[in-house]
Design a protein around this ligand. Structure first.
Ligand code: ADP
Length: 900
């Protein structure tokens, strides 16, 4: 059902109100109405009744139309207000219309009311619709504004390169504030080198040559950073002028990545195209996508012939499918293949050997996109190797059997071949090496040196380089001589590297030891008191200590003593004669490898201007082959000793001479004394026998005493002669069995052998019950006659000086002490006071009178002389009343000589 129109009527005359209603009715308007008179009612109905149209009288008793219009405008602005009046002039009407009434109708012309209401309602409707539309527009504008403001890209309207509009993202991207952007031309932001181009381009936009287009700018932002901006532009009209609406974002990161990518692509391309190796890009299903020039050249194809074809059939020809699948499988599972030696076949059927390497390229889903195959041609190298083999199989044998480590590697230091010695040194198998890189095994090796060899194409050697085999704990630090030699091909490029190494650890250690011992030796020769000089086999002085240099008067830098000597010095023998050159100590050692011991030489010391006497020892130092390597000459200054010895010798000779004179004198005197003595004895005997009747008893007694004295005199002279002869007699030293000698002595002294006594000793007795115990006695070197005299004298003294009523008991023993034998002859006789123990060895010295004990006092003096002549010593120990022991020493005789 159609809704009824609500009409609020403000009219104080009810008839007029009815007329109005009628008039509206007449126009077939279906309506309900309320009629009010007062302001209060009017306002009330306006609220509650919600009229669609207000019809108002202009003049009311308590209210008026204009005020009512005012209220409607405020409270229901869309409700049309029509003035219905009877006395309204033109002016009032205009006034009402001015205030917002939609129409006015005169009461006299109420027929117009119906159409006026209709028209007012239409107007209202129109107005409402317009408002709605306006609202909608406003809302949609807000939405776009929000969109633009929050867009993730800069949205800009540019007109003649000036910012007409831009969102806040624009500020963010450019780094400039709104004000700054408004002030600036867009061109100012562009990098200078791009400005012209952009300006030209912009003109095209403005002229309408471009409607829609892709934009790309490089700008400098407010912080000075260069940014890549990119986006889309649309040609629009802005304020009736052509403009460009641009949607721009910061694409710097993407752009940089693109550049990097394209650089790497370029690099890859460059490598791929120019690599001397044969390169192929192959799909997982064995189709060649790309192939480089080297590969095309060697295979003999054009690119078009190869791309899209099977890699395996193109490159390996008739080789079997099995190998292909095997290669792909290996590539897939391990992601790479390294230096697999394989043959390829060219179009013409020629076979070439290559080292094949491959890498796979996968996409984000880990699927293989393609494989890159790289082949290094080693045919020439192999042929060269084969040639070498033909030319000399010994080289191959040498390679295999030499103890030096030899490695062949390519210019990237990948092993091609290693020999057994190297494998052994690494504790690995030979087959483990080919294809592996040297620096994977020896990361600490000096790669720069290797690279230098490749770069300079010059060999490099090193001596005793320390190397640590890291995985081999046994080997620790070792030293190696090594040589790295580049082998160049016909193009003068490094084709191969031969790396040879020799373990010199032992040599190095020996050298170090030698160095240490040399140092020790050196420090020793500077410490010792002797002069030391060390020569090499060319007689060059290697070392000399200060003492040596002082003694010889040479400078520290003197290198060749011999040469100097030839000019300024001479060596002298002890007898003063000049030593011939071939007898120089150094020459003697060099010539005969002999050790020189205690050679006395005189040398002219130019500094001291005297002859220095030296006692020289020299020793050769032999090398392993037994040749003289060095000569160590040591010597001491014996000049002082020599002087002293000289003096001593002179004195000795003097002494010998005077002794001889004395002995001769004694002999002559003794001999001459005997003659008158003999006369005294014989004439006194004549007197005694021929004149016994004439001479009385006293005379006879005197004569007897003369005879006794003469006899005694004779004994003395004989003893003297004996003594004097000892020195003049020639020495006849021999090995003497002393036991036998003593036994002979005892027999002479009338002793009898009484057999074994104890522990090999023998006992001898005489008729007076004197006993002698003779121990085992050794052999000595002596003059036997004289030794006989010694024993005879000492034993007979022991018998002679026995205690009254006590028979003598004598023990004869011997003790060894090194080379010397000490004999002891112990008696139980009367003994002597200690103070006389030396005196008894002096000639004619006796402790007793000749009446008590017969004797001349010569015996012990004789013994002393004999023993000292044998370089021995003689002495006695004694105690009065207890007995005496006589000792003497002699040199031991050698046992095997005794038997002879
Ligand atoms: P002689 O026996 O002819 O007197 P010696 O030269 O043999 O001369 O001895 C010198 C002296 O040494 C002896 O006179 C004696 O006084 C003393 N004498 C030597 N041997 C012994 C002894 N075995 N016991 C005691 N006195 C001794």
């Amino acid at each position: 059902m159609e809704e009824k129109l609500k009409i609020l009527i403000l009219e104080d005359t009810p008839a007029d109100a009815n007329l109005m209603k009628e008039a509206v009715h007449l126009d077939n308007i279906n309506f309900i109405s309320r009629t009010v008179v007062t302001e209060n009612d009017f306002q009330c109905e306006l609220e509650t009744f919600e009229p669609d149209v207000v019809l108002s009288d202009y003049k009311l008793p308590q209210y008026n139309g204009l005020d009512a219009l005012e209220v409607v405008k405020k409270k229901r602005p869309h409700t049309p207000f029509i003035i219905v009046t009877g006395t309204l002039d033109e002016e009032t009407a205009v006034n009402c219309m001015k205030f917002g009434a939609v129409d006015y109708v005169l009461k006299e012309q109420l027929v117009r009311l119906g159409p006026a209401v209709k028209k007012a309602l239409e107007l209202k409707k129109e107005k409402e619709q317009k408002e709605l539309a306006e609202e909608a527009l406003r809302e949609s504008e807000e939405k776009y504004r929000m969109l633009v403001e929050n867009a993730n890209e800069a949205i800009v309207v540019l007109q003649n390169n000036r910012f007409q509009f831009f969102n806040s993202k624009t500020e963010e991207i450019t780094g400039y504030s709104k004000q700054e952007l408004l002030k600036r031309s867009f061109i100012d932001l562009i990098v200078p080198q791009m400005r012209d181009e952009i300006q030209k381009n912009h003109r095209l936009w403005m002229d309408g040559a471009i409607e829609v287009g892709v934009l790309q700018y490089r700008i400098i932002d407010n912080d000075g950073n260069i940014k890549w901006l990119g986006g889309k532009g649309v040609r629009i009209f802005w304020n009736n002028q052509p403009a460009m609406l641009a949607f721009i974002s910061d694409i710097t990161k993407r752009k940089e990545a693109e550049i990097a990518l394209s650089e790497s692509e370029q690099k890859f391309r460059a490598f791929f195209e120019n690599a001397p190796e044969y390169c192929y890009i192959v799909t997982p299903d064995d189709r060649i996508i790309d192939i480089n020039n080297s590969a095309l050249k060697v295979l003999g194809y054009e690119k078009e012939e190869v791309v899209g074809e099977s890699f395996f059939s193109m490159v390996f020809k008739n080789s079997n499918q099995k190998m292909a699948t095997e290669l792909f499988r290996e590539c897939k599972t391990r992601g790479q293949i390294r230096n697999k030696e394989i043959d390829i076949v060219t179009r013409s059927g020629e076979k070439r050997s290559v080292l094949l390497s491959a890498d796979i390229v996968v996409n984000a889903d880990d699927e293989i996109v393609y494989s890159l195959f790289v082949q290094r041609d080693i045919t020439d190298r192999k042929e060269a190797a084969a040639l070498i083999n033909e030319q000399g199989r010994f080289l191959e044998l040498f390679f295999s059997y030499t103890l030096d480590c030899i490695i062949m590697m390519d210019q990237d230091f990948n092993y091609i071949r290693v020999n057994e010695a190297f494998a052994k040194a690494c504790h690995r198998k030979k087959t483990e090496f080919p294809g592996k890189n040297h620096f994977d095994f020896f990361p600490s090796e000096p790669k720069d040196i290797f690279e230098m060899v490749v770069r300079t194409k010059k060999p490099c050697t090193a001596v005793a380089r320390p190397i640590i085999f890291q995985k081999n704990k046994k080997r620790e630090l070792s030293y190696w001589d090594w040589a790295l030699v580049p082998i160049l091909n016909a193009n003068n490029d490094v084709d191969l590297l031969i790396f040879s190494m020799r373990d010199v650890t032992d040599r190095k250690k020996a050298e170090e030891k030698l160095k240490m011992s040399e140092e020790r030796f050196r420090s020793l020769i500077f410490k010792i008191q002797a002069a030391v000089m060390v020569y090499d086999s060319n007689k060059k002085i290697l070392m000399s200590n200060t003492i040596a240099r002082d003694l010889l008067g040479i400078q520290r830098d003197t290198k060749t003593l011999e040469r100097k000597m030839g000019a300024a010095w001479e060596f002298y023998r002890e007898d003063g004669s000049i030593l011939p050159e071939d007898e120089y100590p150094v020459n003697r050692v060099l010539k005969n490898q002999e050790l020189l011991r205690d050679v006395i030489l005189g040398v002219n010391n130019p500094a001291k201007k005297t002859i220095v006497w030296i006692l020289v020892n020299a020793d050769p130092v032999l090398d392993e082959a037994g040749y003289v390597k060095q000569i160590i000459v040591s010597f001491v200054d014996i000049t002082e000793r020599k002087k002293y010895e000289e003096k001593l010798r002179e004195l000795n000779q003097e002494l010998i001479r005077s002794n001889r004179e004395l002995e001769e004198f004694t002999y002559v005197v003794s001999h001459d004394l005997k003659e008158p003595l003999r006369k005294m004895a014989s004439f006194s005997e004549f007197l005694n026998s021929d004149y016994s009747g004439v001479i009385d008893e006293d005379g006879i007694s005197y004569l007897n005493r003369i005879q006794d004295a003469a006899d005694r005199m004779k004994d003395l002279i004989d003893n003297l002669l004996e003594i004097s002869r000892i020195g003049t007699r020639k020495k006849e030293l021999m090995v003497v069995d002393t036991r036998r000698l003593v036994e002979d002595v005892l027999r002479l002294l009338q002793f009898r052998d009484n057999g074994n006594f104890n522990k090999g000793s023998k006992r001898f007795d005489d008729t007076n019950n004197n006993t002698i115990i003779l121990s085992r006695l050794p052999s000595v070197v002596a003059d036997s006659t004289q030794l006989f005299q010694v024993f005879q004298n000492i034993i007979s003294n022991g018998v002679k000086f026995h205690k009254p009523d006590t028979p003598a008991k004598i023990k004869i023993k011997a003790k060894k002490r090194g080379e010397w034998i000490t004999f002891s002859i112990q008696d139980n006789g009367i003994g002597m006071e200690e103070q006389y123990l030396e005196k008894i060895f002096v000639i004619f010295q006796r402790l007793h009178t000749k009446d008590r004990y017969a004797g001349t006092g010569v015996g012990l003096a004789l013994c002393k002389k004999i023993i000292e002549r044998h370089n021995g010593k003689i002495w006695a120990e004694s105690k009065i009343g207890e007995g005496s022991t006589f000792y003497f020493t002699l040199k031991k005789g050698i046992s095997h000589e005794i038997k002879r």
